[in-house]
Design a protein around this ligand. Structure first.
Ligand SMILES: CC(C)(COP(=O)(O)OP(=O)(O)OC[C@H]1O[C@@H](n2cnc3c(N)ncnc32)[C@H](O)[C@@H]1OP(=O)(O)O)[C@@H](O)C(=O)NCCC(=O)NCCS
Length: 187
């Protein structure tokens, strides 16, 4: 179990999903839609739940970690880290969301640190991430974790985004030690 956030005795547990049996993928799908401030489209939750279940069933722990905050039946946060396909010591923070009612309580930060610790324990030297240029909360969130901006670019889908990079070297404050993620509960 992850220690609670500073000064918050009710901080939700962070759990590492390791099997398709233990998780409620519809609840996770609902969180992943709701976090973007819109209701799900018809059939969207079911489709997303199936895709997520398939992703977890095919999960190779050496190259990916998926974390939940708050329990798999009613998660309040979700985070995924993935090893880069080309550079083995680069990992991506690829998908981090916190339920709107639970923001600014340190949950996103704890999820990210678990993910970064997981990647670090598997050889990550660089953590990379992206967000839309108008996503002020996410930009500030990345900055608060010590990510450096790599500038704006146009993504394949035409959206304007900002790239981020977190390296072990330097004075970055929150690059966790090896094995931090090992403290996570398993689902
Ligand atoms: C980005 C997101 C995951 C942050 O989750 P969170 O749990 O609220 O973040 P935390 O509470 O851990 O915040 C850590 C720090 O990030 C910064 N931060 C986070 N949200 C912020 C906001 N809305 N405005 C300004 N700073 C913010 C602050 O420095 C904060 O520390 P503080 O609260 O002590 O000031 C959440 O806002 C979210 O789910 N957004 C929608 C999905 C999204 O944009 N995901 C990222 C796409 S890459």
């Amino acid at each position: 179990m992850t220690p609670p956030g500073e000064g918050d005795a009710a901080a939700p547990e962070i759990a590492l999903i390791t099997s398709a049996q233990g998780a409620d993928f519809r609840a996770i799908a609902a969180l992943n839609v709701l976090a973007w401030g819109r209701p799900p489209r018809r059939g969207e939750l079911e489709q997303r739940a199936i895709r997520l279940a398939e992703e977890v069933a095919a999960l190779a722990p050496a190259g990916k970690g998926i974390f939940l905050a708050g329990g798999s039946a009613a998660p309040v946060g979700f985070c995924r880290v993935i090893r880069d396909a080309a550079e083995a010591d680069h990992w991506w923070l690829a998908g981090i969301v916190v339920h709107p009612d639970h923001r600014r309580q340190g949950i996103g930060r704890r999820l990210a640190l678990e993910g970064i610790g997981y990647a670090r324990a598997r050889g990550a030297r660089v953590i990379r991430s992206e967000t839309h240029v108008d996503n002020e909360a996410s930009i500030r969130f990345h900055a608060s974790l010590g990510f450096a901006s790599e500038g704006e670019f146009t993504a394949a889908d035409g959206d304007r985004k900002i790239g981020f990079r977190l390296e072990r070297e330097g004075t970055l404050p929150y690059f966790p030690c090896d094995g931090d993620a090992a403290s996570s509960k398993l689902v």
